[in-house]
Structures are given as C-alpha cells and as structure tokens.
Design a protein around this ligand. Structure first.
Ligand code: 2AM
Length: 249
C-alpha cells in the first residue's frame, strides 16, 4: 500500500468501522479524464510529488461524482467514436471511457485531516437522497468548444439536489468551494485548450439518447494528475469511497 494513500484509507476505514456504510475500493483505478487548467488557487500537490517523489503532502485532489454503469458508457463510447470521425476531431482531447462521470462537486486539494468530516457529511447527504433514474442525453459545449459534453435526462431535479448537497458537504467541512453556481449536469467527452467550432459535434450529439439506469451511489473520487509531463496525458481517477442513496421517495 502506498504511503501516499494510507492517511485517506485509514481515515475512511475509521469512518467505515463507525458507520458500516463506507465501501473502500483501494487500488480500483477507474478512469482517465482531464483536469481544468486551473486548480482554484490550491497548491498542485501532484506537481510537488513529481519534484519530491517521496514527499507526502497530506492532501489529495477530490471530487464527488455519479458514475454511469458499463452498458451506458459502452453506448456513449460508440457515439464518441462517431464524433471522432468528424473532420478536425484530432484538435480535441477526448476523455476516456473508464473515467466518464458526472461531477457533483469539485473539492480541489483536500487536507487528509478534513477527509473524515467531508466523508461523514457526504454519507449523510447520500443517506437523505433517494435513488433516482438518469440517462445520458444530447450534448452541448462550454467556452467556444473548449469543453464538449453530453447531458442528463430523467430525474435531473434529484441529480441537482445531490450536487447541491455534495457542495454543501464541502463547504461545511471547511473547504473553499468558491461562490455557489447553478449546477449544470454534464459529462465531459472532450476538451480543447483553444477555441474550436463545436457545431458539428453538438449537432451529432443532438439525437443521442442513452438507456436509463438507476443512480444508487454517491462516489468520492480522487484525481491523480499526470506525472509524465506529456502534453494531453489524462489524470488517473480512483474511486475512494461509495455511499448508497437510500433516502425515502
Ligand atoms: P468537468 O466536470 O467539467 O469535466 C475532475 O477534475 C472533475 O472535476 C472534472 O470532471 C472537472 O470538470 C471537475 N471540475 C470542476 N471544477 C473543477 C476545477 N476547478 N478544476 C478541475 N476540475 C474541476
């Protein structure tokens, strides 16, 4: 077990022992994707670790998410294949299937000491929220083609409620969450550092409709930023805890 992960694992293990609810997934690496170019003013802990590989900085980059199941991401992968056949698709950096997620709240670099409180609050948020139906649907873009995404259909009101609760959990745990913004459910499929014409991609995504599934879990995800320095390399995502949604309807 790496020294870097042990404080989180022990923090969550304590929580797990107390509540019996937290499911640990050590070593379960489920995703690439790409971070935004900024990191909300936090130190870039992965960069520090690259410079000092033995250094344990006592922080980790975390976010709360909903993860679509395999059959849903398989269908999206086929759609993304079609998008990648469009002219100039190589100008975009495409996110990878194992990492596809709906971000609920992004926490940035979180001190190990705050993780148990954050986890307890997320567990309560999950406990108060009912399982709900969701599907991937259509698409859109932010920032003149810098972010291309597919959207959500189904019980998006409960998705938003869960996102608001995940954000509140971070705020109450003492994390600097920035100003509250209206939640826009999106699953990022590609990014670009420069503006690109997004219309062909958004047109192609317009009729995309994935199959429904029931969202039953809130997942806390750790993002490991790339260490190689290779441009365009994706972060590695790791699901560190999952809590069942078991609120009453
Ligand atoms: P996204 O949801 O638009 O793709 C991990 O980095 C996830 O957290 C990504 O899915 C990312 O964006 C989301 N995220 C939200 N705010 C972020 C920020 N300030 N920096 C990095 N990622 C952020």
């Amino acid at each position: 077990m790496s020294r870097l992960r042990s404080p989180l694992l022990s923090a969550i293990s304590i929580l797990s022992a107390r509540t019996g609810i937290v499911a640990l997934l050590p070593g379960h690496h489920w995703a690439p994707g790409r971070p935004r170019s900024h990191n909300d003013g936090h130190r870039d802990e992965d960069t520090l670790r690259r410079v000092h590989p033995r250094m344990h900085t006592g922080r980790m980059r975390l976010f709360a998410a909903v993860l679509p199941p395999d059959d849903v991401t398989r269908h999206l992968a086929a759609e993304v294949e079609a998008l990648r056949r469009l002219p100039d698709a190589d100008a975009l950096r495409w996110t990878g299937r194992p990492g596809w997620h709906f971000t609920l709240a992004f926490y940035g670099e979180v001190a190990d000491t705050l993780v148990p409180d954050l986890s307890a609050r997320l567990e309560r948020a999950a406990h108060r929220t009912p399982a709900f139906p969701l599907a991937l649907r259509g698409g859109g873009q932010f920032g003149h083609g810098r972010v291309l995404w597919t959207g959500a259909d189904g019980d998006t009101a409960t998705l938003r409620l869960l996102a608001d609760r995940a954000e509140a959990a971070g705020r109450k745990a003492g994390l600097p969450m920035g100003e509250h913004r209206h939640y826009k459910a999106h699953l990022t499929v590609a990014r670009s550092r420069r503006a690109v014409d997004p219309r062909p991609y958004v047109d192609e995504l317009r009729d995309f409709a994935g199959q429904r599934w029931t969202v039953r879990e809130l997942v806390l995800v750790r993002s490991h930023l790339p260490r190689s320095g290779t441009p365009g390399e994706e972060p590695r995502y790791e699901a560190v805890a999952r809590w069942p949604l078991d609120g009453a309807r």
